[in-house]
Design a protein. Structure first.
Length: 398
């Protein structure tokens, strides 16, 4: 649908009303969802809400007995398999409804790489909790932004400004300060070298997962559902192998058959996980791995604030100050004009503009095609020349 600026009877331009060229009817006013900031924070909020629901259902499953024999379900790996299967089913349905091809857009080893790094980060996280102190655990939960930036430089050849690193450092320090200035239970556990190595493995494997997901979105014309389907398929294969090796696959199936309440709860858990995945994939594809890491970091603060409001627990002055610092810095950062990279709001620096001419028109068309993953609103409003200099070529290697 095309639009034009109409004029009144005296030839003056009416700059407030755009009309359709074919019918002459006024076009509807811009939607609130046309704003990148609105979509960005809505996606972040969706991630937080689905993770809260997931945590509540997971706590119900793992802490309450089922059936007449009051049995507890302890096979967490079986729940992970259920999550993967439900997510695959949702992705297939959405791809069918949108008419997408079911073929994998990227080579399968790329999807297995994401699945393996995601599994490795989970194992390192839970194992590290046995060998590190609470402050180190807190740093691990809040220190996601810097590793994402480092791997963004290594994996995707991004270039961040010093200001970006400074903001990430302040947000990380503020979140750590917020947690540690609250009620902290005393612990005599000291950090071991093994525990610190595990925590480092968790941070960088977690950062690699989202960074490589972003790289796949940029390097291939890949939809959210395509990546969701094949990453979960690869993860399901790994889960089946692990469960079969441990001899616990049939145990989980029998428990589901004998306890219908558990089956209902496990489906609810998988639905919450799948909705969370949709929000996460949308966020990484449109706004980048760094913004996703920021959401997961700030989530630590928001969850504690909400808990204090619900259960009437007072916040300490240190928590009030550190929370205010975090949100003030993020608000200030969001209001600053910054160069765009990859079309999703990253603040990584870009190369100088390249002039379009007939000799490089073919190459420029190919380059611009790689940007089709970005925001639809941005694609239609930015000039082609302005888009060219922000493109970074990604290799197709795993």
């Amino acid at each position: 649908m095309n639009s034009k600026i109409v004029t009144d009877g005296k030839g003056r331009k009416d700059s407030f009303h755009h009309h359709d060229l074919e019918s002459g009817e006024p076009l509807p006013p811009p939607s609130v969802w046309d704003s990148e900031s609105v979509r960005k924070y809505a996606a972040g909020g969706a991630i937080m809400v689905t993770l809260v629901i997931y945590g509540l259902v997971q706590e119900r499953i793992m802490t309450q007995p089922y059936g007449p024999r009051n049995e507890y379900f302890k096979n967490a790996a079986y729940l992970v398999l259920n999550n993967r299967l439900i997510a695959m089913a949702i992705a297939v349905v959405m791809m069918y409804r949108t008419g997408e091809s079911m073929r994998n857009t990227a080579p399968l080893p790329n999807f297995f790489g994401i699945s393996f790094s995601n599994t490795l980060s989970t194992l390192c996280q839970y194992e590290a909790l046995k060998y590190v102190s609470f402050p180190t655990q807190t740093l691990g939960k809040c220190g996601k932004m810097i590793p994402v930036m480092i791997l963004g430089v290594i994996v995707s050849a991004k270039k961040y400004l010093f200001l970006d690193y400074a903001v990430a450092g302040v947000v990380t320090a503020g979140c750590v300060m917020f947690v540690l200035t609250g009620e902290v239970s005393a612990s005599e556990k000291a950090d071991s070298t093994y525990g610190l190595a595990l925590m480092g493995g968790y941070l960088f494997s977690d950062a690699f997962t989202s960074t490589f997901q972003e790289k796949l979105f940029h390097g291939y014309k890949m939809s959210t559902y395509n990546q969701m389907l094949y990453v979960n398929m690869c993860s399901a294969i790994l889960s089946v192998i692990a469960l079969a090796y441990q001899g616990e696959l049939m145990t989980g199936i029998y428990f589901s058959i004998e306890n219908p309440d558990f089956l209902v709860n496990s489906i609810m858990l998988s639905l919450a996980a799948s909705l969370g995945q949709l929000a996460i994939y949308y966020t990484i594809k449109n706004f980048g791995a760094l913004f996703f890491a920021t959401v997961m970091t700030v989530r630590q603060v928001i969850s504690i604030v909400v808990s204090c409001l619900v259960y009437f627990h007072p916040l300490s002055w240190g928590q009030v100050f550190s929370a205010g610092l975090v949100f003030a810095v993020l608000y200030w950062k969001d209001t600053q004009k910054k160069p765009h990279s990859h079309g999703h709001g990253s603040s990584a620096t870009a190369a100088p503009p390249t002039k379009l001419n007939s000799s490089n028109s073919n190459n420029s068309n190919n380059t611009l095609d790689l940007e089709s993953h970005g925001s639809t609103q941005q694609q239609h409003t930015r000039p082609r020349v302005a888009r060219l200099h922000t493109t970074t070529t990604h290799s197709t290697s795993s």
